[in-house]
Design a protein around this ligand. Structure first.
Ligand SMILES: Cc1cc2nc3c(=O)[nH]c(=O)nc-3n(C[C@H](O)[C@H](O)[C@H](O)COP(=O)(O)OP(=O)(O)OC[C@H]3O[C@@H](n4cnc5c(N)ncnc54)[C@H](O)[C@@H]3O)c2cc1C
Length: 447
């Protein structure tokens, strides 16, 4: 199994439960010792939740018997059935397999915009969320200490690109943080704090529909977030960002959440892809290769509930369910039974905008405000994998509701490179040819 995200962990747990120890060995390749509950990442960035509360342990139970290799797959020789791994100590090792399940997820999608990867922050890893929090509080501290009006104005403007749920929740949660924080900085004029949320699309979160999308937009505008639609970034620099409509915004904070693309591992395989995601069958098998399954954000799994050649959107909801179905199909392949197709009808969407602001569309029912917030939080508590994670998150929410936010700048990451290009390790992979050469050298075939 490659990847311990929503898809990978669900699959591994089901395999452990279904297969007897004598029947198969399960090995999981993962750079981190936790499954990250990504939908709550914006709340880590805003400090409502501690980082640990959404990093769900892979070793919580004694029943978990999967062998974990700490590292990342950097290539797979699909013909020789060998996975090549770079461990967290940078050693290259290899593992042969009978069946491989590829669930390495996705990375932030970037474009060829001057300065983007050098100056933007992402919102896709735990380190990024923790860093962004420190960075935003740093801007308040520095603006407070400065007597230069231009510097103050630049440090107190923040730009988030991406009007999907990740970007909208990030802008909403962080705006709440700065709004609450400014009361503790008596030298700062609250009117100088400005959040921009921009997207090239004509609407925020189109999957919500017109009415709810408008309600979310009104909530954000009421709180002072300036929303610009049909607009993107033309250029990014260390102290200013230029929008495509010509506006130049002085800022030290650009957060880029404009979509995701499949993990770079997928492109190294030399197999067919659909917009970068591995093209798989309805059973999530890779056609033409024996014993290869792929799912989650990294794979283009046909969306049979929608039909018309649609593929499942990259959501946790699909990834978890695909994980279960792939485990059943691996067991079927192992025991010589029939495999089953993946089909799931979308259950809807929850969007937590912080405080009592939220929108949700469970099973098509449109909710706004407190009822939506209750559904959103109930959904997340249900979806977190372990009881200890549920209790941690619930306790953090309670503590935040009673005691409010705090604004501690830890400084752990000060002076460390921390932009998009530094966090997502996109250059760690081997090419298909390098993988083949490595495997031939490491495992010479018998003549
Ligand atoms: C901020 C944010 C908010 C979101 N909110 C929602 C939401 O509200 N609802 C929803 O349904 N979805 C939401 N999503 C999307 C959802 O999180 C993803 O669709 C889901 O995580 C996909 O699951 P996955 O298992 O494919 O990938 P992931 O959960 O990303 O897991 C992939 C795992 O593979 C590991 N990995 C990467 N490369 C390698 C490698 N080479 N070798 C080994 N391991 C590797 C990664 O470290 C990671 O642990 C959100 C995403 C973000 C970023």
């Amino acid at each position: 199994m490659v990847g311990a995200g929503f898809a990978g962990v669900e699959c591994v747990r089901r395999l452990e439960r279904t297969l007897s120890p004598g029947e198969a060995d399960v090995t999981l390749v993962t750079p981190f010792a936790y499954q990250l509950y990504l939908p709550l990442l914006p709340q880590v960035a805003s400090g409502v939740l501690t980082p640990q509360s959404i990093a769900v342990s892979l070793r919580r139970s004694k029943k978990y018997r999967t062998r974990i290799i700490p590292g990342g797959a950097v290539g797979v020789d699909l013909k020789a059935k060998v996975c090549v791994i770079r461990t967290i100590t940078d050693r290259i090792v290899d593992e042969s397999y009978d069946y491989i399940v590829l669930a390495p997820g996705s990375i932030t999608r970037t474009f060829d915009i001057p300065g983007l990867t050098d100056h933007a922050f992402g919102m896709k890893t735990l380190a990024e969320a923790a860093y962004v929090r420190d960075h935003v509080i740093t801007q308040l501290d520095l603006a407070d200490a400065s007597d230069d009006a231009a510097e103050r104005a630049a440090r107190l403007q923040f730009v988030v690109v991406g009007g999907g749920y990740a970007g909208t929740e990030t802008a909403a949660c962080l705006q709440r943080l700065t709004h609450a924080a400014v009361k503790r900085y008596p030298r700062l004029d609250p009117a100088l704090i400005k959040w921009h949320l921009i997207d090239i699309a004509p609407r925020l979160m189109p999957e919500l529909g017109d009415k709810l999308g408008r309600a979310a937009q009104e909530d954000l505008r009421r709180r002072g977030i300036e929303i610009s639609l049909g607009v993107s970034i033309a250029k990014a620099g260390p102290e200013e960002v230029t929008f495509t409509d010509g506006r130049v915004v002085p800022t030290h904070t650009l957060i880029w959440t404009a979509g995701v693309v499949a993990s770079p591992l997928i492109a190294t395989l030399g197999a067919d892809t659909v917009r970068g995601r591995l093209a798989v069958t309805d059973e999530m098998c890779l056609p033409g290769y024996d014993g290869v399954f792929a799912l989650g954000d990294a794979a283009a799994v046909p969306d049979l509930a929608k039909g018309d050649g649609a593929v499942c959107p990259p959501t946790a909801q699909h990834a978890m369910r695909q994980g279960r179905r792939v485990a059943e199909n691996v067991v079927a392949a192992l025991r010589g039974g029939p495999m089953r197709r993946y089909e799931h009808k979308d259950l809807g969407l929850v969007v937590d905008l912080g405080g009592a602001d939220a929108v949700a569309k469970p099973l098509g029912v449109e909710l706004h405000g407190v009822p939506a917030q209750a559904v959103a939080r109930g959904y997340h508590l249900g979806a977190l994998r372990t009881n200890v994670a549920k209790v941690r998150v619930a306790t953090n929410w309670l503590l935040n509701a009673v005691a409010g936010d705090d604004f501690v700048r830890t400084g752990f990451q000060a002076r460390k490179p921390a932009k998009l290009k530094d966090f997502e390790y996109t250059d760690a992979y081997m090419t298909a040819q390098q993988v083949q050469e490595y495997v031939e050298k490491a495992r010479p075939r018998a003549l």
